[in-house]
Design a protein around this ligand. Structure first.
Ligand SMILES: [Zn+2]
Length: 745
């Protein structure tokens, strides 16, 4: 019995064991099954629970795509409440991902804003305070550099020259599509220094095709919404009376193309997509037509949306304020990467998941443009919670919750609060900040051309010592007038209208240096050299070390044959900026023409030491050698110049005439009063480069004789057929000139 009982007990125990085992197995199976069905909830490096990624994908698989929308106000997007269906692709990204209702930019200018985006720092800390004249320092670490170091393929595709690699913003990008050849823009419209969104998207898509099976970081920048507003069809017609909106709608269509590619390649499951504006556009708010001057919400409030494949980041909205400096830390967090460096921004993923509603982030912003360009006061702001304090000659305080359009200044009634915010603002700016001082060492060629376009201004604080500076609020009309002048001159080619606007500016404030320089440039272009000189002199009386005015004035002296004055001016420029290769080269040209060959040679050596590939200097050196009678060396230098710059027309001239005449005339006629004499006065060799103000005339003559640039450059730059071409060009030129002389006599 006992045994029997024991057997029964053991059987029972066995049964129980089986049952336990079976249930354990079952529960393990269920768990495993569940794990498969509902993967582990992932946590980012900063501890935010972001849910799961699609099956088989880990954070270390994720790509990154950043799309920046230049000059795009948040409130013009459907996702932010705009009534029309103008931005379906952006709205869809916002709907499916996380939309930030209150994202704010630290600067209403493209280069400073992008520098903040990529470094996670406010402008005082990365040092880029304005477009042009400032570089993003090599010591800064950009998101592209961080991701490249992790093995990402990196590519940047930009739509405007302000983001050219010249300015340091391309750091970390293995592929960078800028290629803005400013030499094409002799008398351009501003819009020519940008490229439309479809071209940027074409390049970006072609690159994405090559990296789609690798881990990549792509940045696509669409500049179209920047003024002047001229959307292509069908947006031009559909938004005929709202061209700004038309530009945004056009950009949206290009965002749709990029999204469609990612979708077709099944990359949406393994990519984090960030779309944001760099700054907004005033569109008349507070009297400002465009951006750059004020720091009201019209230009600081930008769209920001992040579409990431984590399931806790779907269809969410974040109401609390975030700054665009938070984007970089947030991205790294989403990609599973730790950020060890101290930056101003921080990850906001915890708000994206909804686990945290507020982070109480204080937002810094600034506009130093009024001071850099016009010598007026600059602006700084601190937004904290619902309040925004603006430091200005007449300070401002707004309650953004009650007064989102910033029309009721509470500064006098809430003085204690304003003072507290002012103290925080000061600490934010000075803590680790860099000087508000532009880098002098800008490529002078780029600088001259940009300034001629009205793109960039004085580059240095004016009237910075002593006295209260004018409040930008009191100068907005003047600023708009200057913008009008620029648009008339450069976009509408309305010389009279532009000059009229400039005269009006100067009648209201004769100390607007930029207006004098713009006027001088325009008179130079019109070949009214006496007037041009007067304008540059007025600018220099206000700011004697304004190197751009010195340079332009020197070029005018050169154009009117006052070579001694030109030389003095180039030397003055070199005293201000010894690293200005173009000034060395220009001085050398004058010296060659004056037969001071040894001095010329030492200037050229300096120019070439600074810029070894400077074709114009190489050509001048060739001319100098020819003058010294060293024909072989002369030809070698000129050929080298053509190697660096195949369309360097003066090198073609020199070579052609050298072949035709066998000998080089060394004398330049004294009488060079007008540019129409430019070709005639050009006895050979010519050292005068594109920098000379006669360049425009040279260009016209060259086009008249040789056709568009491609004709000259299409030919092989070396070899006998090339020389034959040069000779035939020279002969045809000589014929034309004799024909012209006959016709005019
Ligand atoms: Zn911009």
């Amino acid at each position: 019995m006992r045994d029997h009982g024991r057997v029964r007990v053991s059987t029972w125990l066995q049964g129980l064991g089986f049952a336990v085992l079976a249930s354990a197995l079952a529960s393990a199976g269920v768990e495993a099954w569940l794990r498969l069905r509902r993967p582990v909830v992932l946590t980012t490096p900063t501890g935010a629970a972001v849910g799961a990624l699609p099956r088989g994908i880990t954070p270390s698989d994720l790509n990154l795509l950043i799309i920046t929308l230049d000059t795009t106000r948040a409130d013009r997007l459907g996702a932010y409440g705009w009534r029309e269906d103008a931005t379906p692709a952006l709205d869809r990204i916002a709907r499916e991902g996380v939309l930030f209702e209150h994202a704010t930019s630290p600067a209403p200018l493209t280069l400073p804003a992008h520098s903040s985006l990529f470094t996670g720092k406010f402008p005082p800390h990365h040092g880029v305070r304005d477009n042009g004249g400032f570089f993003l320092d090599e010591r800064e670490t950009t998101v592209a550099e961080r991701l490249k170091a992790q093995g990402f393929k990196t590519g940047g595709f930009v739509g405007a020259y302000v983001l050219d690699r010249t300015w340091g913003i391309a750091q970390g990008f293995e592929t960078y599509f800028d290629n803005f050849d400013l030499s094409k823009f002799e008398a351009p419209s501003l819009s020519e220094v940008e490229r439309p969104a479809n071209e940027v998207a074409d390049r970006a898509l072609a690159w994405l095709e090559t990296v789609k099976s690798l881990r990549f970081f792509g940045w696509v920048h669409f500049y179209d919404a920047h003024s002047p507003y001229a959307p292509p069809e069908p947006y031009r017609t559909r938004f005929a009376d709202r061209p700004y909106l038309g530009e945004i709608a056009f950009v949206d269509s290009q965002v749709a193309r990029i999204r469609a590619f990612l979708e077709a390649e099944q990359l949406l499951d393994r990519s984090v997509i960030v779309v944001l504006g760099d700054h907004g556009e005033s569109l008349g708010d507070h009297g400002e037509s465009t951006h750059g001057f004020f720091i009201y919400e019209s230009v600081l409030h930008v769209p920001l949306m992040i579409l990431a494949p984590y399931d806790a980041l779907r269809g969410r909205r974040v109401a609390d304020t975030v700054r665009t400096v938070d984007v970089m830390p947030t991205i790294l967090d989403l990609l599973g990467m730790h950020l060890v460096d101290a930056v101003d921004g921080q990850s906001v993923v915890s708000m994206m998941t909804g686990s945290v509603r507020e982070l109480e982030l204080a937002a810094y912003a600034e506009a130093v443009y009024p001071r850099f360009h016009y010598g007026w006061g600059d602006l700084r702001s601190l937004t904290s919670g619902r309040f925004k304090y603006i430091e200005a000659p007449r300070p401002e305080l707004y309650d953004l919750a009650q007064d989102p359009t910033e029309t009721r200044n509470l500064y006098d009634s809430r003085r204690a609060l304003a003072d507290r915010m002012a103290a925080v603002l000061k600490a934010m700016e000075t803590n680790g900040g860099r000087d508000v001082r532009p880098v002098v060492d800008v490529d002078p060629d780029a600088r001259t051309r940009l300034a001629a376009l009205g793109y960039i201004g004085t580059f240095a604080p004016t009237r910075s010592g002593g006295g209260l500076l004018a409040d930008p609020k009191d100068k907005i009309e003047l600023f708009n007038l200057i913008i009008t002048a620029r648009e008339r001159l450069h976009d509408e080619h309305d010389s009279e209208g532009g000059l009229k606007a400039l005269r009006e500016v100067l009648s209201k404030d004769a100390e607007v240096i930029d207006a004098w320089v713009m006027m001088g440039n325009e008179y130079t272009r019109r070949r009214e050299f006496t007037r041009a000189l007067e304008c540059f002199q007025r600018a220099l009386a206000l700011k004697p070390d304004y190197d751009l005015a010195v340079f332009n004035m020197a070029n005018v002296y050169r154009a009117v044959g006052r070579d001694d004055d030109a030389l003095v001016a180039y030397q003055r420029l070199l005293a201000l900026d010894p690293r200005n290769a173009a000034a060395h080269q220009q001085a050398a040209q004058v010296l060659v023409d004056q037969g001071r060959l040894n001095e010329a040679e030492s200037e050229l050596r300096r120019a070439l030491a600074l810029q070894p590939a400077m074709a114009a200097a190489r050509n001048t050196l060739g001319a100098l050698r020819l003058k010294q009678g060293d024909v072989a060396a002369g030809e070698r230098e000129i050929q080298a110049a053509l190697g660096d710059k195949p369309d360097l027309r003066l090198a073609h001239f020199n070579l052609a005439l050298r072949q035709k005449n066998g000998a080089i005339s060394t004398r330049r006629p004294r009488s060079t009063r007008t540019r129409s004499n430019c070709t005639r006065r050009a006895t050979w060799p010519i050292s005068t480069s594109a920098k000379c103000t006669t360049n425009w005339e040279m260009e016209q003559n060259r086009i008249a004789h040789f056709g568009p640039p491609s004709i000259a450059t299409r030919r092989s730059p070396r070899g006998t057929s090339f020389l034959r071409n040069c000779v035939s060009i020279a002969v045809s030129l000589a014929r034309r000139l004799s024909w012209r002389a006959a016709a005019s006599s």
